[in-house]
Design a protein around this ligand. Structure first.
Ligand code: PEP
Ligand code: MG
Length: 548
Protein backbone atom coordinates (compact mmCIF):
# COMPACT_ATOMS: atom_id res chain seq x y z
CA UNK A 1 0.00 0.00 0.00
CA UNK A 2 1.46 3.38 -0.96
CA UNK A 3 1.82 6.11 1.67
CA UNK A 4 -0.81 8.87 1.56
CA UNK A 5 0.44 12.01 -0.22
CA UNK A 6 1.95 14.48 2.17
CA UNK A 7 0.50 17.88 2.95
CA UNK A 8 1.63 20.73 0.67
CA UNK A 9 0.97 24.41 1.17
CA UNK A 10 1.02 27.03 -1.62
CA UNK A 11 0.97 30.74 -0.89
CA UNK A 12 -1.40 33.21 -2.53
CA UNK A 13 -2.82 36.67 -1.93
CA UNK A 14 -6.21 37.11 -0.31
CA UNK A 15 -8.63 38.87 -2.67
CA UNK A 16 -11.79 37.88 -0.77
CA UNK A 17 -11.47 36.54 2.77
CA UNK A 18 -12.84 33.26 4.08
CA UNK A 19 -12.14 29.56 4.52
CA UNK A 20 -13.17 26.58 2.46
CA UNK A 21 -12.27 22.97 2.05
CA UNK A 22 -13.09 20.34 -0.53
CA UNK A 23 -11.62 18.62 -3.56
CA UNK A 24 -9.57 20.65 -6.01
CA UNK A 25 -11.32 21.23 -9.29
CA UNK A 26 -8.90 22.38 -11.99
CA UNK A 27 -10.35 24.36 -14.86
CA UNK A 28 -8.31 25.45 -17.84
CA UNK A 29 -9.32 28.39 -19.96
CA UNK A 30 -8.52 27.45 -23.53
CA UNK A 31 -7.65 30.46 -25.65
CA UNK A 32 -9.42 30.47 -28.99
CA UNK A 33 -6.74 30.17 -31.60
CA UNK A 34 -7.08 32.53 -34.51
CA UNK A 35 -5.10 30.20 -36.72
CA UNK A 36 -7.49 27.33 -36.01
CA UNK A 37 -10.29 28.96 -37.94
CA UNK A 38 -10.42 28.43 -41.68
CA UNK A 39 -10.80 31.60 -43.69
CA UNK A 40 -13.84 32.12 -45.89
CA UNK A 41 -14.58 35.05 -48.16
CA UNK A 42 -14.76 38.46 -46.46
CA UNK A 43 -18.57 38.30 -46.70
CA UNK A 44 -18.61 34.85 -45.02
CA UNK A 45 -16.19 35.96 -42.34
CA UNK A 46 -18.32 39.03 -41.68
CA UNK A 47 -21.46 36.90 -41.31
CA UNK A 48 -19.57 34.52 -39.03
CA UNK A 49 -18.53 37.36 -36.73
CA UNK A 50 -22.04 38.82 -36.65
CA UNK A 51 -23.48 35.42 -35.79
CA UNK A 52 -20.91 34.92 -33.02
CA UNK A 53 -21.71 38.31 -31.51
CA UNK A 54 -25.42 37.47 -31.61
CA UNK A 55 -24.72 34.12 -29.93
CA UNK A 56 -22.71 35.83 -27.21
CA UNK A 57 -25.52 38.33 -26.65
CA UNK A 58 -28.06 35.54 -26.39
CA UNK A 59 -25.95 33.68 -23.84
CA UNK A 60 -25.51 36.80 -21.73
CA UNK A 61 -29.27 37.47 -21.86
CA UNK A 62 -29.89 33.93 -20.62
CA UNK A 63 -27.48 34.55 -17.77
CA UNK A 64 -29.31 37.72 -16.75
CA UNK A 65 -32.47 35.69 -16.19
CA UNK A 66 -30.83 33.77 -13.40
CA UNK A 67 -28.69 36.56 -11.93
CA UNK A 68 -29.22 38.83 -8.97
CA UNK A 69 -29.64 42.58 -9.67
CA UNK A 70 -25.97 43.48 -9.24
CA UNK A 71 -24.79 40.68 -11.51
CA UNK A 72 -27.59 41.53 -13.93
CA UNK A 73 -26.33 45.08 -14.16
CA UNK A 74 -22.79 43.95 -15.02
CA UNK A 75 -24.13 41.60 -17.70
CA UNK A 76 -26.42 44.30 -19.10
CA UNK A 77 -23.40 46.56 -19.52
CA UNK A 78 -21.64 43.77 -21.41
CA UNK A 79 -24.65 43.31 -23.69
CA UNK A 80 -24.73 47.06 -24.31
CA UNK A 81 -21.07 46.89 -25.32
CA UNK A 82 -21.87 44.10 -27.79
CA UNK A 83 -24.86 45.99 -29.20
CA UNK A 84 -22.75 49.07 -29.88
CA UNK A 85 -21.87 48.93 -33.60
CA UNK A 86 -18.67 50.82 -32.84
CA UNK A 87 -17.34 47.85 -30.90
CA UNK A 88 -17.16 45.58 -33.94
CA UNK A 89 -16.48 48.31 -36.53
CA UNK A 90 -12.65 48.00 -36.48
CA UNK A 91 -12.93 44.20 -36.72
CA UNK A 92 -15.34 44.45 -39.66
CA UNK A 93 -12.99 46.86 -41.39
CA UNK A 94 -10.11 44.43 -40.91
CA UNK A 95 -12.26 41.58 -42.27
CA UNK A 96 -13.14 43.68 -45.32
CA UNK A 97 -9.39 44.10 -45.76
CA UNK A 98 -8.87 40.31 -45.80
CA UNK A 99 -8.47 39.24 -42.16
CA UNK A 100 -10.28 36.19 -40.84
CA UNK A 101 -13.20 36.93 -38.52
CA UNK A 102 -11.24 35.55 -35.58
CA UNK A 103 -8.04 37.45 -36.29
CA UNK A 104 -9.90 40.68 -37.01
CA UNK A 105 -12.06 40.39 -33.91
CA UNK A 106 -9.25 39.50 -31.54
CA UNK A 107 -6.92 42.21 -32.85
CA UNK A 108 -9.62 44.88 -32.61
CA UNK A 109 -10.63 43.84 -29.11
CA UNK A 110 -7.04 43.59 -27.94
CA UNK A 111 -6.53 47.17 -29.03
CA UNK A 112 -9.53 48.30 -27.00
CA UNK A 113 -8.40 46.28 -24.00
CA UNK A 114 -4.98 47.90 -24.19
CA UNK A 115 -6.70 51.30 -24.29
CA UNK A 116 -8.63 50.52 -21.11
CA UNK A 117 -5.53 49.12 -19.43
CA UNK A 118 -3.62 52.29 -20.23
CA UNK A 119 -6.30 54.46 -18.68
CA UNK A 120 -5.21 56.40 -15.61
CA UNK A 121 -8.35 55.38 -13.85
CA UNK A 122 -8.54 52.13 -11.89
CA UNK A 123 -12.20 52.00 -12.90
CA UNK A 124 -11.41 51.92 -16.62
CA UNK A 125 -8.51 49.55 -16.04
CA UNK A 126 -10.93 47.15 -14.41
CA UNK A 127 -13.20 47.42 -17.50
CA UNK A 128 -10.40 45.82 -19.50
CA UNK A 129 -11.36 42.52 -17.89
CA UNK A 130 -14.97 42.96 -19.04
CA UNK A 131 -13.88 43.56 -22.63
CA UNK A 132 -11.46 40.63 -22.49
CA UNK A 133 -14.37 38.51 -21.35
CA UNK A 134 -16.45 39.65 -24.35
CA UNK A 135 -13.50 39.06 -26.67
CA UNK A 136 -13.18 35.45 -25.49
CA UNK A 137 -16.92 34.80 -25.44
CA UNK A 138 -17.34 35.88 -29.06
CA UNK A 139 -14.11 34.12 -30.02
CA UNK A 140 -15.44 30.92 -28.45
CA UNK A 141 -18.63 31.22 -30.43
CA UNK A 142 -16.59 31.80 -33.59
CA UNK A 143 -14.40 28.82 -32.90
CA UNK A 144 -17.56 26.90 -32.08
CA UNK A 145 -16.10 25.50 -28.92
CA UNK A 146 -16.46 26.14 -25.24
CA UNK A 147 -13.74 28.16 -23.60
CA UNK A 148 -13.64 25.89 -20.64
CA UNK A 149 -12.22 22.47 -21.23
CA UNK A 150 -14.27 19.69 -19.65
CA UNK A 151 -12.60 18.32 -16.58
CA UNK A 152 -10.94 14.91 -16.89
CA UNK A 153 -13.80 13.42 -14.94
CA UNK A 154 -16.88 15.24 -13.75
CA UNK A 155 -18.18 13.66 -10.59
CA UNK A 156 -21.07 15.63 -9.15
CA UNK A 157 -19.39 17.91 -6.63
CA UNK A 158 -20.95 20.40 -4.33
CA UNK A 159 -18.03 21.48 -2.27
CA UNK A 160 -15.07 21.86 -4.62
CA UNK A 161 -12.37 24.49 -4.67
CA UNK A 162 -12.12 25.94 -8.14
CA UNK A 163 -8.55 26.48 -9.32
CA UNK A 164 -8.03 28.28 -12.58
CA UNK A 165 -5.74 30.77 -14.28
CA UNK A 166 -8.04 33.77 -14.31
CA UNK A 167 -11.76 34.28 -14.18
CA UNK A 168 -13.39 37.03 -16.22
CA UNK A 169 -16.53 38.57 -14.70
CA UNK A 170 -19.14 36.86 -16.82
CA UNK A 171 -17.51 33.45 -16.33
CA UNK A 172 -17.60 34.16 -12.63
CA UNK A 173 -21.29 34.99 -12.94
CA UNK A 174 -22.17 31.92 -14.96
CA UNK A 175 -20.27 29.64 -12.62
CA UNK A 176 -22.64 27.69 -10.46
CA UNK A 177 -21.21 28.63 -7.08
CA UNK A 178 -23.35 26.06 -5.35
CA UNK A 179 -20.71 23.62 -6.68
CA UNK A 180 -17.81 25.54 -5.22
CA UNK A 181 -16.79 26.70 -1.79
CA UNK A 182 -14.14 29.08 -3.03
CA UNK A 183 -11.72 29.84 -5.82
CA UNK A 184 -8.02 30.17 -6.43
CA UNK A 185 -6.48 31.99 -9.39
CA UNK A 186 -2.91 31.68 -10.52
CA UNK A 187 -3.26 35.21 -11.97
CA UNK A 188 -5.73 37.96 -11.17
CA UNK A 189 -5.72 41.23 -9.31
CA UNK A 190 -7.35 42.25 -6.07
CA UNK A 191 -8.66 45.37 -7.83
CA UNK A 192 -10.43 43.38 -10.52
CA UNK A 193 -14.15 43.11 -10.93
CA UNK A 194 -13.95 39.43 -10.08
CA UNK A 195 -12.32 40.12 -6.72
CA UNK A 196 -15.10 42.60 -6.05
CA UNK A 197 -17.80 40.15 -7.06
CA UNK A 198 -16.23 37.49 -4.85
CA UNK A 199 -16.05 39.83 -1.89
CA UNK A 200 -19.62 40.97 -2.44
CA UNK A 201 -20.78 37.34 -2.42
CA UNK A 202 -18.53 36.21 0.40
CA UNK A 203 -16.77 33.67 -1.82
CA UNK A 204 -13.23 33.11 -0.52
CA UNK A 205 -10.77 33.97 -3.28
CA UNK A 206 -7.00 33.66 -3.43
CA UNK A 207 -5.10 35.19 -6.33
CA UNK A 208 -1.55 34.88 -7.64
CA UNK A 209 -1.16 31.34 -6.30
CA UNK A 210 2.48 30.43 -6.11
CA UNK A 211 2.02 27.01 -7.72
CA UNK A 212 2.27 25.42 -11.09
CA UNK A 213 -0.81 23.55 -12.28
CA UNK A 214 1.33 20.44 -12.51
CA UNK A 215 1.81 20.57 -8.72
CA UNK A 216 -1.95 20.34 -8.17
CA UNK A 217 -4.04 17.21 -8.48
CA UNK A 218 -7.60 17.16 -9.77
CA UNK A 219 -9.84 15.86 -7.00
CA UNK A 220 -7.20 16.11 -4.27
CA UNK A 221 -8.51 17.16 -0.87
CA UNK A 222 -7.59 20.75 -0.08
CA UNK A 223 -8.08 23.62 2.33
CA UNK A 224 -8.45 27.13 0.96
CA UNK A 225 -7.28 29.53 3.64
CA UNK A 226 -8.20 32.94 2.25
CA UNK A 227 -7.36 34.50 5.58
CA UNK A 228 -3.78 33.39 6.03
CA UNK A 229 -3.31 33.28 2.25
CA UNK A 230 -2.61 29.68 1.28
CA UNK A 231 -3.99 26.60 -0.44
CA UNK A 232 -3.19 23.36 1.38
CA UNK A 233 -3.27 20.25 -0.79
CA UNK A 234 -3.63 16.82 0.87
CA UNK A 235 -4.19 18.31 4.35
CA UNK A 236 -3.37 15.99 7.23
CA UNK A 237 -6.33 14.88 9.35
CA UNK A 238 -5.36 17.24 12.16
CA UNK A 239 -5.09 20.20 9.76
CA UNK A 240 -8.50 19.40 8.32
CA UNK A 241 -10.06 19.17 11.74
CA UNK A 242 -8.55 22.48 12.83
CA UNK A 243 -9.93 24.22 9.75
CA UNK A 244 -13.33 22.54 10.12
CA UNK A 245 -13.68 24.04 13.56
CA UNK A 246 -12.58 27.46 12.32
CA UNK A 247 -14.99 27.33 9.41
CA UNK A 248 -17.95 26.40 11.59
CA UNK A 249 -17.15 29.32 13.85
CA UNK A 250 -16.75 31.74 10.94
CA UNK A 251 -20.08 30.73 9.40
CA UNK A 252 -21.98 31.17 12.63
CA UNK A 253 -20.33 34.56 13.20
CA UNK A 254 -21.00 35.84 9.68
CA UNK A 255 -24.70 35.00 9.92
CA UNK A 256 -25.01 36.80 13.21
CA UNK A 257 -23.00 39.84 12.01
CA UNK A 258 -24.99 40.39 8.81
CA UNK A 259 -27.99 41.58 10.82
CA UNK A 260 -26.05 44.68 11.87
CA UNK A 261 -25.00 45.92 8.45
CA UNK A 262 -27.90 48.29 7.77
CA UNK A 263 -28.11 49.69 11.28
CA UNK A 264 -26.28 52.67 12.72
CA UNK A 265 -23.60 51.30 15.04
CA UNK A 266 -24.01 51.62 18.80
CA UNK A 267 -22.61 49.82 21.82
CA UNK A 268 -24.86 47.52 23.85
CA UNK A 269 -25.40 50.40 26.27
CA UNK A 270 -26.27 52.88 23.56
CA UNK A 271 -23.14 54.89 22.70
CA UNK A 272 -23.22 55.76 19.01
CA UNK A 273 -20.11 54.97 16.99
CA UNK A 274 -19.66 56.09 13.41
CA UNK A 275 -18.40 53.37 11.11
CA UNK A 276 -17.08 54.70 7.81
CA UNK A 277 -15.71 52.96 4.76
CA UNK A 278 -12.11 52.68 3.55
CA UNK A 279 -11.93 52.87 -0.23
CA UNK A 280 -8.90 51.45 -2.00
CA UNK A 281 -10.61 51.12 -5.34
CA UNK A 282 -13.59 53.28 -6.30
CA UNK A 283 -15.13 50.38 -8.20
CA UNK A 284 -16.18 49.04 -4.80
CA UNK A 285 -18.88 51.68 -4.58
CA UNK A 286 -20.68 49.90 -7.41
CA UNK A 287 -21.54 47.07 -5.06
CA UNK A 288 -22.03 48.83 -1.75
CA UNK A 289 -25.07 50.80 -0.69
CA UNK A 290 -24.05 53.99 1.14
CA UNK A 291 -26.71 53.36 3.81
CA UNK A 292 -24.41 50.76 5.38
CA UNK A 293 -21.78 53.30 6.42
CA UNK A 294 -21.39 56.82 7.80
CA UNK A 295 -19.44 58.03 4.79
CA UNK A 296 -15.94 57.38 3.50
CA UNK A 297 -13.30 57.74 6.21
CA UNK A 298 -10.29 57.04 4.00
CA UNK A 299 -9.82 57.05 0.25
CA UNK A 300 -6.36 55.79 -0.64
CA UNK A 301 -5.90 58.00 -3.69
CA UNK A 302 -2.89 55.90 -4.75
CA UNK A 303 -5.31 53.87 -6.92
CA UNK A 304 -5.30 56.79 -9.36
CA UNK A 305 -1.53 56.66 -9.73
CA UNK A 306 -0.96 52.96 -10.36
CA UNK A 307 -1.51 52.95 -14.15
CA UNK A 308 1.55 52.48 -16.30
CA UNK A 309 0.84 55.55 -18.43
CA UNK A 310 2.08 58.22 -16.08
CA UNK A 311 0.43 60.39 -13.50
CA UNK A 312 -3.31 61.10 -13.61
CA UNK A 313 -4.30 64.54 -14.86
CA UNK A 314 -6.54 66.98 -12.99
CA UNK A 315 -9.69 66.03 -14.86
CA UNK A 316 -9.25 62.29 -14.23
CA UNK A 317 -8.75 62.93 -10.54
CA UNK A 318 -11.63 65.41 -10.33
CA UNK A 319 -14.00 62.88 -11.91
CA UNK A 320 -12.90 60.14 -9.50
CA UNK A 321 -13.48 62.33 -6.43
CA UNK A 322 -16.83 63.61 -7.68
CA UNK A 323 -17.92 60.06 -8.34
CA UNK A 324 -17.31 59.17 -4.70
CA UNK A 325 -19.24 62.25 -3.57
CA UNK A 326 -22.13 61.28 -5.83
CA UNK A 327 -22.18 57.79 -4.40
CA UNK A 328 -22.01 58.99 -0.79
CA UNK A 329 -25.15 61.05 -1.37
CA UNK A 330 -24.48 63.77 1.20
CA UNK A 331 -22.34 61.74 3.59
CA UNK A 332 -18.76 62.94 4.10
CA UNK A 333 -16.06 61.65 1.78
CA UNK A 334 -12.49 61.80 3.09
CA UNK A 335 -9.77 61.65 0.46
CA UNK A 336 -6.19 61.20 1.51
CA UNK A 337 -3.67 62.89 -0.74
CA UNK A 338 -1.15 60.63 -2.43
CA UNK A 339 0.69 58.34 -0.02
CA UNK A 340 3.33 57.04 -2.41
CA UNK A 341 6.63 55.65 -1.21
CA UNK A 342 7.42 53.10 1.48
CA UNK A 343 5.87 49.89 0.22
CA UNK A 344 3.96 51.79 -2.50
CA UNK A 345 6.47 52.83 -5.17
CA UNK A 346 5.17 54.74 -8.16
CA UNK A 347 7.32 54.72 -11.26
CA UNK A 348 8.71 58.10 -12.14
CA UNK A 349 7.67 59.61 -8.83
CA UNK A 350 9.10 57.80 -5.84
CA UNK A 351 12.87 57.71 -5.34
CA UNK A 352 14.54 54.62 -6.73
CA UNK A 353 16.64 52.36 -4.52
CA UNK A 354 15.91 54.41 -1.43
CA UNK A 355 17.47 52.78 1.64
CA UNK A 356 14.87 52.15 4.34
CA UNK A 357 12.01 53.52 2.26
CA UNK A 358 9.44 53.39 5.08
CA UNK A 359 11.53 56.10 6.73
CA UNK A 360 12.18 57.93 3.51
CA UNK A 361 10.43 60.25 1.13
CA UNK A 362 6.87 58.98 1.35
CA UNK A 363 3.44 60.53 1.78
CA UNK A 364 3.33 64.27 2.29
CA UNK A 365 7.14 64.46 2.27
CA UNK A 366 7.12 63.35 -1.35
CA UNK A 367 4.14 65.54 -2.31
CA UNK A 368 5.88 68.63 -0.92
CA UNK A 369 9.05 67.67 -2.76
CA UNK A 370 7.08 67.39 -6.00
CA UNK A 371 4.75 70.42 -5.89
CA UNK A 372 4.01 70.17 -9.62
CA UNK A 373 2.38 66.77 -8.95
CA UNK A 374 0.82 67.79 -5.63
CA UNK A 375 -0.76 70.92 -7.13
CA UNK A 376 -2.62 68.83 -9.72
CA UNK A 377 -4.15 66.71 -6.98
CA UNK A 378 -5.00 69.73 -4.84
CA UNK A 379 -6.65 71.48 -7.79
CA UNK A 380 -8.80 68.42 -8.48
CA UNK A 381 -9.69 68.17 -4.79
CA UNK A 382 -10.53 71.88 -4.49
CA UNK A 383 -12.86 71.60 -7.49
CA UNK A 384 -14.48 68.46 -6.10
CA UNK A 385 -14.91 70.16 -2.71
CA UNK A 386 -17.26 72.63 -4.40
CA UNK A 387 -19.51 69.68 -5.29
CA UNK A 388 -20.11 68.10 -1.89
CA UNK A 389 -18.92 67.36 1.64
CA UNK A 390 -15.33 66.51 0.81
CA UNK A 391 -12.66 66.31 3.48
CA UNK A 392 -8.99 66.04 2.62
CA UNK A 393 -6.19 64.66 4.75
CA UNK A 394 -2.46 64.41 4.31
CA UNK A 395 -0.40 61.32 5.17
CA UNK A 396 2.89 60.90 7.04
CA UNK A 397 2.92 64.32 8.67
CA UNK A 398 5.89 64.62 11.04
CA UNK A 399 6.15 68.31 11.93
CA UNK A 400 3.54 71.13 11.92
CA UNK A 401 5.40 73.03 9.19
CA UNK A 402 4.55 70.28 6.68
CA UNK A 403 0.84 70.61 7.41
CA UNK A 404 1.06 74.37 7.10
CA UNK A 405 2.90 74.14 3.78
CA UNK A 406 0.18 71.82 2.50
CA UNK A 407 -2.52 74.22 3.68
CA UNK A 408 -0.78 77.21 2.07
CA UNK A 409 -0.43 75.35 -1.23
CA UNK A 410 -4.07 74.27 -1.05
CA UNK A 411 -5.19 77.88 -0.47
CA UNK A 412 -2.99 78.96 -3.37
CA UNK A 413 -4.64 76.55 -5.80
CA UNK A 414 -8.11 77.56 -4.58
CA UNK A 415 -7.25 81.23 -5.27
CA UNK A 416 -5.75 80.27 -8.62
CA UNK A 417 -8.90 78.36 -9.61
CA UNK A 418 -11.13 81.22 -8.49
CA UNK A 419 -9.07 83.63 -10.57
CA UNK A 420 -9.61 81.29 -13.53
CA UNK A 421 -13.35 81.41 -12.86
CA UNK A 422 -13.41 77.72 -11.86
CA UNK A 423 -15.64 76.74 -8.97
CA UNK A 424 -13.45 75.63 -6.05
CA UNK A 425 -13.43 75.50 -2.26
CA UNK A 426 -10.88 74.88 0.46
CA UNK A 427 -12.22 71.76 2.21
CA UNK A 428 -11.50 70.84 5.83
CA UNK A 429 -7.85 69.81 5.91
CA UNK A 430 -7.01 67.00 8.28
CA UNK A 431 -3.94 64.91 8.89
CA UNK A 432 -3.16 61.27 9.33
CA UNK A 433 -1.57 60.62 12.69
CA UNK A 434 0.80 57.77 11.97
CA UNK A 435 4.23 59.12 12.89
CA UNK A 436 5.01 58.92 16.62
CA UNK A 437 6.42 62.46 16.62
CA UNK A 438 3.05 63.78 15.45
CA UNK A 439 1.09 61.73 17.97
CA UNK A 440 3.34 62.85 20.82
CA UNK A 441 3.16 66.52 19.91
CA UNK A 442 -0.39 66.47 18.58
CA UNK A 443 -1.32 69.77 20.22
CA UNK A 444 1.14 71.57 17.95
CA UNK A 445 -0.71 70.48 14.78
CA UNK A 446 -3.51 72.80 13.76
CA UNK A 447 -5.43 70.30 11.63
CA UNK A 448 -9.21 70.47 11.09
CA UNK A 449 -9.47 66.78 11.97
CA UNK A 450 -7.19 63.87 12.81
CA UNK A 451 -7.27 60.34 11.48
CA UNK A 452 -5.06 57.80 13.20
CA UNK A 453 -3.26 55.50 10.77
CA UNK A 454 -2.65 52.58 13.07
CA UNK A 455 -0.99 50.45 10.38
CA UNK A 456 1.95 52.82 10.25
CA UNK A 457 1.75 54.13 13.79
CA UNK A 458 2.22 50.60 15.14
CA UNK A 459 5.19 49.90 12.89
CA UNK A 460 6.92 53.17 13.77
CA UNK A 461 6.23 52.90 17.49
CA UNK A 462 7.36 49.28 17.75
CA UNK A 463 10.12 49.55 15.12
CA UNK A 464 8.63 46.39 13.58
CA UNK A 465 7.88 46.50 9.86
CA UNK A 466 4.21 46.01 8.96
CA UNK A 467 5.15 43.63 6.16
CA UNK A 468 7.75 41.42 7.81
CA UNK A 469 6.34 38.18 9.21
CA UNK A 470 9.52 37.59 11.21
CA UNK A 471 8.74 40.52 13.51
CA UNK A 472 4.96 40.11 13.48
CA UNK A 473 5.03 39.31 17.19
CA UNK A 474 6.39 42.77 17.95
CA UNK A 475 4.01 44.50 15.58
CA UNK A 476 1.36 44.69 18.27
CA UNK A 477 -1.43 47.31 18.12
CA UNK A 478 -2.06 46.68 21.81
CA UNK A 479 1.46 47.69 22.78
CA UNK A 480 0.83 50.13 25.66
CA UNK A 481 2.86 52.80 23.89
CA UNK A 482 0.49 52.64 20.89
CA UNK A 483 -2.60 52.77 23.10
CA UNK A 484 -1.17 55.71 25.00
CA UNK A 485 -0.54 57.64 21.79
CA UNK A 486 -4.04 56.93 20.52
CA UNK A 487 -5.45 58.20 23.82
CA UNK A 488 -3.34 61.33 23.57
CA UNK A 489 -4.71 62.17 20.12
CA UNK A 490 -8.30 61.45 21.14
CA UNK A 491 -7.95 63.67 24.21
CA UNK A 492 -6.55 66.52 22.13
CA UNK A 493 -9.47 66.17 19.70
CA UNK A 494 -11.97 66.24 22.58
CA UNK A 495 -10.29 69.25 24.18
CA UNK A 496 -10.30 71.26 20.95
CA UNK A 497 -13.58 70.04 19.45
CA UNK A 498 -11.97 68.34 16.46
CA UNK A 499 -12.92 64.96 15.13
CA UNK A 500 -10.54 62.07 15.70
CA UNK A 501 -11.04 58.84 13.78
CA UNK A 502 -8.99 55.70 13.24
CA UNK A 503 -8.74 54.25 9.75
CA UNK A 504 -5.97 51.64 10.05
CA UNK A 505 -6.75 47.92 10.06
CA UNK A 506 -6.83 47.98 13.85
CA UNK A 507 -10.36 49.44 13.60
CA UNK A 508 -11.57 46.30 11.82
CA UNK A 509 -10.30 43.80 14.35
CA UNK A 510 -12.90 43.09 17.07
CA UNK A 511 -10.20 42.11 19.56
CA UNK A 512 -8.88 45.70 19.51
CA UNK A 513 -12.26 47.36 19.77
CA UNK A 514 -12.40 47.56 23.53
CA UNK A 515 -9.12 49.48 23.71
CA UNK A 516 -10.22 51.89 21.00
CA UNK A 517 -13.61 52.61 22.54
CA UNK A 518 -12.11 52.96 25.99
CA UNK A 519 -9.57 55.42 24.58
CA UNK A 520 -12.58 57.49 23.51
CA UNK A 521 -12.67 56.84 19.77
CA UNK A 522 -16.16 57.20 18.29
CA UNK A 523 -15.33 57.23 14.59
CA UNK A 524 -13.81 54.19 12.89
CA UNK A 525 -13.18 53.54 9.24
CA UNK A 526 -12.87 49.99 7.91
CA UNK A 527 -12.62 47.98 4.69
CA UNK A 528 -15.92 47.01 3.04
CA UNK A 529 -15.91 43.40 4.25
CA UNK A 530 -15.34 44.56 7.83
CA UNK A 531 -18.42 46.82 8.06
CA UNK A 532 -20.85 44.20 9.39
CA UNK A 533 -18.40 42.43 11.76
CA UNK A 534 -17.25 45.79 13.16
CA UNK A 535 -20.81 47.00 13.75
CA UNK A 536 -21.69 43.66 15.33
CA UNK A 537 -18.65 43.79 17.62
CA UNK A 538 -19.59 47.32 18.69
CA UNK A 539 -23.16 46.19 19.45
CA UNK A 540 -21.85 43.37 21.66
CA UNK A 541 -19.67 45.68 23.69
CA UNK A 542 -20.84 47.39 26.87
CA UNK A 543 -18.90 50.57 27.41
CA UNK A 544 -20.18 51.49 30.85
CA UNK A 545 -19.23 54.74 32.55
CA UNK A 546 -20.36 58.25 31.68
CA UNK A 547 -20.51 57.75 27.95
CA UNK A 548 -23.22 55.10 27.99
C1 PEP B 1 -2.43 53.42 8.17
O1 PEP B 1 -1.21 53.60 8.14
O2 PEP B 1 -3.04 52.95 9.15
C2 PEP B 1 -3.27 53.75 7.01
C3 PEP B 1 -4.58 53.75 7.06
O3 PEP B 1 -2.64 54.02 5.85
P1 PEP B 1 -1.95 52.94 4.90
O4 PEP B 1 -2.35 51.58 5.42
O5 PEP B 1 -2.48 53.23 3.54
O6 PEP B 1 -0.52 53.24 5.07
MG1 MG C 1 -0.29 54.80 6.63
Amino acid sequence: MSAPPSEQSFAGMVASPGLAFGPIRLRFIVAAEAAAVAQGTPAEERRALEAAIAAAQARLSELIETSDPMAGEILAVQIAFLEDPELAAPALAAIAGGDSAMAGWRAAMNEQIAGYRESDSAYFQARAADIADLRDRVADALANKTAVAPPPQTPPQTDAILVTEDLPPSRFLETDWSCYRGAVLTHGSAASHVAMLARARGIPLLIGLDADFSALTEGAAAVLDAEGGCLIQHPAAATLERYRRRLARLRADATADAAYLDRPAATADGTAVQVCLNVDDPAIVEVIDPVVCDGIGLTRSEFLFYGDTGLPDEETQFRAYVRLLGWADGKPVTVRTLDAGGDKPIAGLTPEREANSFLGQRGLRLSLARPEVFRVQLRALARAAARGPLKVMVPMVTVPAELERARALFQEVVDELSAEGVEARLPPLGMMVEVPAAALAIATFDADFYSIGSNDLVQYVTAASRDNAAVAGLYDPLNPAVIELIGRVVDHGAATGREVSLCGDMAAEPKFLESLLKAGLRVLSVAPAALAPTKAAIARYTLGGEDA
